[in-house]
Structures are given as structure tokens and as C-alpha cells.
Design a protein. Structure first.
Length: 128
């Protein structure tokens, strides 16, 4: 998940934190682990972003990468539920993945290809 600085510098934008919370709950359920509620998860993410706000890159230069983690621990060796669990969130600034700015990519349909639709971008070289 990522936190982006808003263009007006009035705050930050998170990408679907509720969906990330539900994904963690689903994974925790499969592993028989207790998970934070959606509200607890989103609150923890917001607190993490605010605590690390000086590391959020300027708008358009990157984002603050957030990696929630739920782990079991305790004095147990073997296959059994852990006696205690820790929920934490790693945060690290990251740059943009692409050197060029994000633009809309025109879509064209090749008449020779029938129903095949192809994405075209003048900056991209096809590898096929």
C-alpha cells in the first residue's frame, strides 16, 4: 500500500486501506490468527503515515510505501497457534517506478487482428 502527498500539500492520500485491511483479515483467518478490525487497521496506517510524514516524497516524486505485517511469536516450536501476535507496519519512501510521467495510453484496434485490442504508446517498444 502507498501513501501519496496531495498536490495542495493539505494531507495524504491512501490507496484503498479498507481493502488492504480485509485482505489481512482473510489471510489471518486462513492462518488461524486474530487480525485487527478494519477500523484498527486504517487507524494504524494513518498513524504510521503521520509519524513518518517527513519521509513522504513530494507530490509526483514517489510515495511512502507501507507494508502491514501480522506475525505470531512466543516460546513454541512446532505447528501450533502462537501464544501472542504482533501487528506492525513498515514504512519506507519509494520513487516512481517509471522515469516518464504517467499519461493515458491510446487504445487502437487492428483491423487485421479481428477482435484483438492492442495498447499503443509511442515511447514503448513492443517485444513481440
Amino acid at each position: 500500500m502507498k501513501a501519496y502527498r496531495r498536490p495542495d500539500k493539505a494531507g495524504y492520500t491512501l490507496f484503498r486501506p479498507e481493502e488492504n485491511a480485509r485482505r489481512m483479515q482473510h489471510g489471518a483467518e486462513r492462518m488461524c490468527m486474530p487480525a485487527p478490525s478494519v477500523e484498527q487497521f486504517v487507524h494504524a496506517v494513518k498513524l504510521t503515515v503521520l509519524a513518518n510524514r517527513r519521509w513522504v516524497p513530494p507530490q509526483g516524486k514517489g510515495a511512502l510505501y507501507l507494508r502491514p505485517l501480522l506475525m505470531g511469536s512466543g516460546p513454541i516450536l512446532g505447528l501450533a497457534p502462537a501464544p501472542e501476535y504482533t501487528f506492525l507496519i513498515y514504512a519506507a519512501p519509494v520513487g516512481n517506478y517509471f522515469k516518464v510521467s504517467a499519461t493515458l495510453v491510446p487504445v487502437q484496434q487492428s483491423p487485421a487482428a479481428g477482435n484483438e485490442t492492442r495498447m499503443t504508446d509511442p515511447r514503448r517498444r513492443d517485444l513481440d
